[in-house]
Design a protein around this ligand. Structure first.
Ligand SMILES: *Cc1c(COP(=O)(O)O)cnc(C)c1O
Length: 395
């Protein structure tokens, strides 16, 4: 059998700390390694495989589209792009869409849009405020927006025009706002940075402040969007509407895509001011349309709310047995499990050996971001393995 992990060591840039598993196949919430073993996937491609692996609706849409038309260019109109745009607008508070190919690219576009808005409406204001422990992507500008030194320190000088302030602190935003500020950019719930929830009043207060100052609120729903937290978009749960929202991860169940959505007043790009060769291509948009349509038609968000609560309740029941558990936090199927010491790597390995894939968020924290189609049966299976794994590492 080919040792792909050796080939990776030799040929691939050494940038990912990979788990020693080569995945060759997936179906629903399960994947299979090249050694033939089956695993329950609670990583879900990093909150990406919304409908699970190779869902018939997505595979069918991709196959049909691949036989019909894969790519033209944005010089022409194409059908899946406009079907998905219409579906997203009709099911959100936003009015217009632009498609790119990834989350970082969507956020870059959102910042460009905000700067253009500042140029036109705010006397040239260009600064975008974002928060510490956020995550907005890996391009140079998004590294500047991402308020985590570990992503920033290798790449000076960072692009200017970004200010990082404390999350969940409205006063921090207020005191950092100047005549240069054109937008505040936030994840409604911080994903990569720790699954951090703001207080209920935070987003409404930010919304109010942005309105008062005439600046834009950009919500990065790349991780929280498309049903992940129990509503189609997380902003719905906080009673605020963003001026600009970005989507990516779960939007097409695993096919690369990103989207900028904006209110009419913030949709200020003029022809030629932004663009993309692949963005909005028929193949990705067909997968996106199949995904979002399925999520809406089958009330997947409502199911996620229920199944997510079942997962959190199950973890709470485990807590008395394992005093190393210090915190359980989550909403929908975005859940973090924190420990009093750095046991996440050992626990991840113990889960892997028992057929469960989990994500290490920090050395002391695991994150569960499974496909949104899982049910209580899969949650029970995961909890059972987790329990055994915790027992095994305690020995
Ligand atoms: C993953 C993520 C991004 C970056 O998306 P990429 O597709 O990796 O560029 C941006 N923002 C949030 C909130 C994310 O979770």
């Amino acid at each position: 059998m080919t040792n792909w992990q050796e080939i990776e060591k030799k040929y691939y840039m050494n940038t990912f700390e990979r788990v020693p598993l080569t995945i060759v196949k997936g179906k629903g919430p399960y994947v299979w390694g090249d050694e033939g073993k089956q695993y329950l996937d609670f990583v879900g491609g990093w909150a990406v495989t919304t409908l699970g692996h190779c869902h018939p609706a997505v595979t069918r849409a991709l196959t049909e589209q691949a036989n019909l038309l894969i790519q033209t260019s944005n010089q022409f109109y194409t059908v899946p792009q406009l079907q998905l745009a219409q579906l997203l607008v009709e099911n959100s508070c936003l009015d217009r869409v632009f498609f790119g190919n990834s989350g970082a690219e969507a956020n870059e576009g959102a910042v460009k849009l905000a700067r253009r808005y500042g140029q036109l409406n705010l006397k040239g204001a260009y600064e975008v405020m974002s928060t510490f422990s956020s995550f907005h992507g890996r391009t140079l500008a998004m590294v500047a927006a991402t308020g985590q030194p570990k992503f920033q320190q290798s790449y000076p000088p960072l692009p200017t025009g970004f200010v990082n302030v404390e999350f969940n602190n409205i006063e921090a935003i207020k005191s950092a706002t100047t005549e240069r500020t054109c937008a505040v950019m936030l994840e409604p719930i911080q994903g990569e940075g720790g699954v951090n929830f703001p207080d209920e009043g935070y987003l409404p207060a930010v919304r109010k402040w942005c309105d008062q100052k005439g600046i834009l609120l950009i919500l990065d729903e790349i991780q929280t969007g498309v049903g992940r937290t129990g509503t189609l978009f997380a902003y719905e749960q906080y009673g605020v509407e963003p001026d600009i929202m970005t989507l990516a991860k779960g939007l097409a169940s695993g096919v690369p895509i990103g989207a900028i959505l904006a209110k009419e007043k913030a949709s200020v790009f003029a022809p030629g001011e932004h663009g993309s060769t692949f963005g909005g291509n028929p193949l990705a948009c067909a997968a996106g349309y199949a995904t979002v349509k399925f999520v809406i038609d089958n009330n997947i968000a409502g199911r996620v709310k229920e199944v997510g609560q079942y997962l959190i309740d199950g973890l709470e029941k485990m807590k008395p047995k394992f005093p190393s558990i210090t915190d359980i936090r989550g909403r929908g199927l975005l859940v973090a499990l924190e420990f009093n010491s750095d046991i996440a790597p050992a626990l991840l390995t113990a889960c892997l050996e028992r057929g469960l894939l989990v994500n290490q968020l920090k050395p002391n924290t695991l994150r569960f971001i499974p496909p949104l189609i899982i049910g209580k049966k899969e949650v029970d299976e995961a909890l059972g393995i987790l329990d055994e794994a915790l027992v095994s590492i305690a020995k």
